[in-house]
Design a protein around this ligand. Structure first.
Ligand code: NI
Length: 227
């Protein structure tokens, strides 16, 4: 399931991020790519573990932890420290699948990449091209979001970023391991949770049907989650 989380960051937060990012020094994006993806990757990144990367990354993790829509869709177990990339002057990223396992630098933690995320830190009007194209069961989905919005998609998907032919595309990207590994199960849980929230808003949280459905939701999580 491909999900968009709108306004994960506010406009003032994005402006603050951009001030830091526009003044930062960037390195070749091949630094975090595997063999196949490295061959088709052409962009720049903030160095992993740099002061800017850590500080901004922590702010993203805080925003994610406080966002019920994200939690419901991702059911995150472990999140990779967010990275930042920049494409301009025709840079692009050819078709690839993200590496299955990511070691968190400087730690013994390894993350199985169940979900990939891109958080847009520039407005669509600031650049031409730079469309994130994700192949899912329903064909190719083209994603180009407002600044502050995030897209979440299964890491099993082939995807690419088209060349940026004007301006600069600045984003954060990262991966996560979900408590529920299977995308189909995670999608059912998300749909059920969203339906319970809607019903609860209409009938009240203590309505007997809402209570029973909430029980079913939690029992399914118990059945499918690993943590
Ligand atoms: Ni990728």
């Amino acid at each position: 399931m491909l999900t968009v989380v709108e306004k994960l960051l506010s406009r003032p937060q994005v402006a603050e991020f951009r001030k830091v990012l526009d003044a930062a020094s960037w390195v070749d994006g091949k630094a975090t790519a595997g063999r196949q993806s490295g061959a088709v990757k052409q962009n720049r990144q903030l160095p992993e573990g740099s002061k800017e990367s850590r500080e901004l990354g922590d702010k993203i993790l805080d925003a994610l932890a406080g966002n019920p829509h994200f939690i419901s869709a991702a059911l995150p177990l472990k999140i990779f420290p967010p990275l930042f990339n920049r494409y301009e002057g025709g840079e692009h990223f050819g078709t690839h699948v993200d590496n299955a396992i990511r070691a968190v630098p400087g730690t013994a933690t390894r993350i199985r990449t169940d979900l990939s995320c891109t958080l847009f830190l520039c407005e669509p009007e600031e650049y031409d091209g730079g469309v994130l194209t994700i192949e899912d069961a329903y064909g190719a989905q083209e994603v180009k979001l407002q600044a502050g919005d995030l897209v979440l998609y299964p890491s099993t998907s082939l995807h690419h970023v088209t060349p940026v032919t004007r301006g600069a595309r600045v984003c954060s990207f990262f991966w996560m391991q979900s408590m529920v590994r299977d995308d189909g199960e995670r999608t059912l849980l998300f749909d059920l949770d969203q339906s319970i929230q809607a019903l609860s808003a209409e009938k009240g949280a203590n309505d007997p049907a809402v209570v029973r459905l909430s029980g079913i939701y939690h029992n399914l999580v118990r059945r499918w989650a690993a943590c």
